[in-house]
Structures are given as structure tokens and as C-alpha cells.
Design a protein around this ligand. Structure first.
Ligand code: GDD
Length: 284
């Protein structure tokens, strides 16, 4: 399902054009969701739709809540009204842990979201559980920690760094402006994580699972790894700006994926270093 836009933004799925069919819709429009459920009658629905940028959610809190929180409810309700056998995957997020209550975070760690985005994802998480418990929908929450790839959106920190580094190497620019370099994230490879999401949907019974690598690295470490790989010193090419700081920050995320390992047989395959290098190579 894609949103109508006056400019095309589908380069990341161009290579799949002959294998998939796109339909117009919007998580803000329940009549379309209901109509699509009735006409397509899907076996599985993956809800990855969102206003997914944490910083932007402070600028557009109501829109973020409408799409991320109520949008999830709209989709679940379309399933309830049309076909209770349709399986539902909810992209829950490690941002729900926010100001973390324990380290590492598991499926049982209490939530303390720190942004309108995180708060909206908590609603999405619980409404997914609620439809499972109340109506018996096969509905799972994949609590995914940050997952990256060369297709990462251009204003998330990893891609911003590798895109900027590519431009620096080509002599197109001198520096990259960033915000908080001390934040620590558990960064994995998106392809590994999507395989995990699919596995969650093939189980006998629906449940919630953390997908993570179990390792955490600061933004500064990402810079060191990326610039070090091409023989440059990040300190001469990075500036920091107040405007890129968040009103409330999530300082540290690191996940425990033991449950996914034992019940889904899932394990991340790509290491932090391999991930950084893959992204640098793609953008240089
Ligand atoms: N985007 C961005 N831009 N982040 C920066 C910058 C910058 O210039 N400078 C420092 N950071 C810091 C942020 O403050 C944050 O602590 C960290 O880098 C990661 O920011 P993002 O890459 O924007 O990702 P995120 O962790 O906020 O959220 C992502 O991961 C979540 C899963 O935990 C998004 O993909 C969410 O949609 C996802 O749910």
C-alpha cells in the first residue's frame, strides 16, 4: 500500500516492480483500509507504516499519533470486520523502552517512551495485544531495535553519516552537521530483521518478540568506524548543532533477543562493522 505523492519516491522498491502490485491507501483513511481488506483478502498484513522519524514527531505530534497509533487500530479493525483469519504483524519499536528501566531490554521490560513517536508506538503495541486477546486475531508485535541498510531513509543518523561521507569523498562537501553523538543504539541489519518478522508470522501461536543484536554503540563509534574505514578522521568533518538535539532523548538501547533465538531460531548475521562498511560502500 502506497500513499499518493506528486513526486515518485519508490526507487527502493523499483527492482521488485514486476513482482508486486501497489495499491493506493493511507493509514488515516479507514474506508480505504476496509475496502482493501475486502477486495484483497490478504493472508498476512505487515504494518510498517508510520511517521517514523523521532525528532519530527516533536514537530508533528498529532499527525504522528494519528498515523502511528490510530492507524494501527484502523488496520486491526479492518481485519476484525473482514477476516479474523488474516495474520497481522505490528512494527513495534525499541523506542517504547525510552528511558530504559533495565539493561538489556526484553519483552518484559516496562515502557517509558520519550517522544510522541514512542508514545504512539506504545498504543500500537497494546492495541495489537488487545485485538489478539479480545478477538483472537493472530497478531504479533515485533519489538525491533534500530535496523539499517543502504536503503535507510536519508535523515536517520546512520544514513546521514554514510551519505555525507560519500559526498566528502567525492569532494562535494566538507562536513556533516549532527546532534547528540553520545546516544547509544543497538544497530542491526534490516534484512536480518525482516526475516525475523516473517518467522514471527509462521508460528503456531502469536506472540511478541524482541529482535536486536545484543550490542550497543554510540553515534561517535559509528563515525569512528565509518571514517576510519576510508582513512579519514571524523573530527575534521563533523560539526554539532543544537537544532538537531531532541527535547527528550533516548540515551541507551540494547536488546536481549534470547526469546527470538530459542522460539524462532532467529539470529542476526551481519555485525556492526560489516553493516557500517556495507553502508559506506553503497554511498561512496
Ligand atoms: N536523525 C538524526 N540526525 N539523529 C541524530 C543526529 C542527526 O543529525 N545526530 C545525532 N543523532 C542521534 C539521535 O539523537 C538518536 O539518539 C540517534 O542518533 C539515532 O537517531 P535516528 O537514526 O534518527 O534513529 P532513532 O533511534 O531515533 O529511531 C529509529 O529507530 C527506532 C527503533 O529504536 C527509527 O527508525 C524509529 O522509527 C525506530 O522505531
Amino acid at each position: 500500500m502506497v500513499r499518493r505523492s506528486s513526486t515518485f519516491n519508490r526507487s527502493r522498491i523499483d527492482h521488485l516492480r514486476n513482482d508486486i502490485e501497489l495499491v493506493y491507501g493511507d493509514l488515516g483513511d479507514s474506508s480505504v483500509l476496509n475496502q482493501l481488506m475486502r477486495s484483497i483478502r490478504p493472508d498476512e498484513v505487515y504494518n510498517l507504516g508510520a511517521q517514523s522519524h523521532v525528532r519530527v514527531s516533536f514537530d508533528m505530534p498529532e499527525y504522528t499519533a494519528d498515523v502511528v497509533a490510530v492507524g494501527t487500530l484502523r488496520l486491526l479493525d479492518a481485519i476484525r470486520e473482514t477476516d479474523l483469519r488474516c495474520r497481522f504483524y505490528q512494527a513495534s519499536s525499541s523506542e517504547m523502552f525510552g528511558k530504559v528501566a533495565e539493561v538489556p531490554q526484553t519483552e518484559e521490560t516496562p515502557f517509558h517512551p520519550r517522544s510522541p513517536y514512542g508514545v504512539s508506538k506504545v498504543f500500537g503495541h497494546w492495541i495489537t495485544r488487545n485485538y489478539r486477546e479480545a478477538y483472537g486475531v493472530y497478531a504479533v508485535n515485533g519489538i525491533l531495535f534500530n535496523h539499517e541498510s543502504p536503503r535507510r531513509g536519508e535523515n536517520f543518523v546512520t544514513r546521514k553519516i554514510t551519505l555525507g561521507l560519500g559526498a566528502i569523498l567525492r569532494g562535494e562537501r566538507e562536513s556533516i552537521e549532527l546532534g547528540n553523538l553520545d546516544a547509544k543504539r543497538d544497530w542491526g541489519y534490516a534484512r536480518d530483521y525482516m526475516e525475523g518478522a516473517w518467522r514471527m508470522m509462521q508460528q503456531e501461536r502469536p506472540d511478541d518478540y524482541v529482535l536486536a543484536t545484543g550490542e550497543t554503540h554510540s553515534v561517535q563509534e559509528f563515525l569512528e568506524e565509518a571514517f576510519g574505514y576510508v582513512g579519514l578522521d571524523w573530527r575534521t568533518h563533523v560539526t554539532t548543532g543544537e537544532r538537531l538535539l531532541r527535547p527528550a532523548e533516548v540515551d541507551l538501547l540494547v536488546g536481549d533477543y534470547s526469546k527470538a533465538r530459542s522460539e524462532l531460531g532467529w539470529e542476526p548475521k551481519v555485525t556492526f562493522r560489516e553493516l557500517v562498511r556495507m553502508m559506506v560502500d553503497a554511498d561512496r
